[in-house]
Write a new protein. Structure first.
Length: 164
């Protein structure tokens, strides 16, 4: 009988090998970053998840708007996911810079017309990223690329494609 790798031994369908874990550590560090950089999230609620072993071999972290189902069950408007194996290897300053970068994607906007908040995602705005680069340099980003590269034995071309 041919073995199906998408079935576990009990015959249940295995959708993914990824494990999502809520992370109080990320939430605590994010709160420090939000306070230190005066990031205004309005009423937005953010969930912080570690993804083990990783989001992908070339994706260190991502910020996304929560679906209405996730919003309903968790109360979160946004989710920030970080590759778990990478997170475990980063120093605290690099962790803070990674979260600072991801938090800049959150863009809640108050709509006066209907008196409601609209939860938007901000695309990479070069003014914000220049601000990060001017204040903090890009060593944190190079550290993330090099760490991911060493974790997954990427060649230099693949390393340069690692994103946050």
């Amino acid at each position: 009988m041919q073995q199906n790798d998408h079935l576990d031994p009990r015959g249940e369908i295995k959708l993914t090998d990824k494990e999502l874990i809520e992370s109080p550590e990320i939430e605590k560090i994010a709160a420090e970053v939000i306070e230190a950089h005066n990031i205004d999230l309005g009423p937005a609620q953010v969930g912080y998840l570690l993804v083990y072993p990783n989001i992908s071999k070339q994706r260190a972290a991502k910020c996304m708007k929560a679906t209405r189902e996730i919003k309903h069950y968790s109360g979160n408007d946004y989710l920030i996911e970080v590759s778990g194996e990478l997170w475990d290897m980063l120093d605290s300053d690099t962790k803070k810079m990674l979260l600072f970068h991801e938090l800049l994607h959150i863009d809640p906007v108050f709509k006066a017309k209907n008196q409601q908040w609209k939860m938007n995602l901000r695309r990479p705005d070069f003014a914000d990223y220049y601000e990060i680069n001017d204040k903090f340099g890009n060593e944190w980003y190079k550290t993330i690329q090099a760490t991911v590269s060493s974790l997954y034995d990427l060649d230099p071309r693949q390393e340069s494609k690692v994103t946050v």
